[in-house]
Design a binder for this molecule. Structure first.
Ligand code: SAM
Length: 236
């Protein structure tokens, strides 16, 4: 998968050299381009923001640097395409990012992320690229961050680990929270007893059927307790 990111803080993404995603990049599973929006400004101060039309607090990101930066990645061809890269703008006003969305996006060949700052990006940038191809506004959750970088990092981590080969054992992905609509069961490792707390005996029984039943029961109980909204009507 090819991932391009446009940001005014390219250093933010240095951490993508580390851990599983760093290895995936070294192994050629993920190709990353991080682009500084300020390289697409033409004034002495490399300004990327201006005051909002209609007044109000805060600044808005100007459309011209965004147009130059995204054209440099996508090509300047105004023809619209339905199978080209998806341009994703993180926004608290977007669709909620979920495991399902991460899985869908992990099947794409090319993702382009545009990290907003200040009060956000001039709406015409979103509208223009939506006329030319696939654009999504995606929210990490119902809260406001200072910029899109943290949201993009979270999305790339969730999407990247679903690309075949990135996580060593693909089975570990299947049993995780949100994959089957339930939260994951609790996990334990050695020692069997720690600070007076014992590992549930069933997990040491060697009885795989009983372990599987216990784990499923734990998933349902935990989901009922923490996230009852996730349960289908038949279970809740
Ligand atoms: N004025 C905007 C609003 O009320 O919707 C918030 C702007 S926020 C301070 C600056 C940038 O942070 C946004 O353009 C977006 O890129 C990012 N951002 C903030 N909260 C986010 C969230 N919950 N999910 C995704 N991106 C977010």
């Amino acid at each position: 998968m090819r991932i391009d990111i446009v940001t005014i803080f390219p250093e933010f993404f240095d951490v993508l050299d580390l851990s599983l995603l760093g290895k995936a990049r070294q192994g050629g599973l993920i190709e990353l381009g991080v682009h500084n929006l300020r390289d697409h400004t033409h004034d002495r101060h490399h300004s990327v923001d201006d005051t909002p039309y209609g007044g109000g607090a805060g600044m808005v990101m100007k459309p011209e640097p965004w147009g130059d930066a995204l054209d440099a990645i996508l090509g300047a061809d105004p023809e619209s395409t339905d199978d080209g890269p998806i341009v994703i703008f993180p926004s608290p006003a977007g669709d909620q990012f979920t495991q399902r969305m991460a899985r869908e996006l992990s099947l794409e060949q090319h993702l382009v992320f545009g990290c907003g700052r200040y009060e956000g990006i001039d709406q015409r940038v979103v509208d223009h690229y939506a006329q030319r191809g696939r654009v999504r506004l995606v929210s990490l959750g119902d809260y406001v961050l200072n910029g899109g970088e943290v949201a993009v990092m979270a999305m790339i981590e969730a999407i990247g680990r679903l690309i075949p080969g990135v996580v060593g054992n693909p089975e570990s992905l299947v049993e995780e929270s949100h994959e089957d609509g339930l939260l994951e069961y609790p996990s334990y490792t050695k020692p069997a007893s720690w600070r007076g707390l014992d590992v549930p005996p069933v997990l040491r029984s060697g009885n795989h059927g009983a372990i599987s039943t216990w784990r499923h029961q734990q998933q349902i109980e935990r989901t009922e307790r923490v996230r009852p909204d996730l349960l289908p009507p038949a279970i809740s």
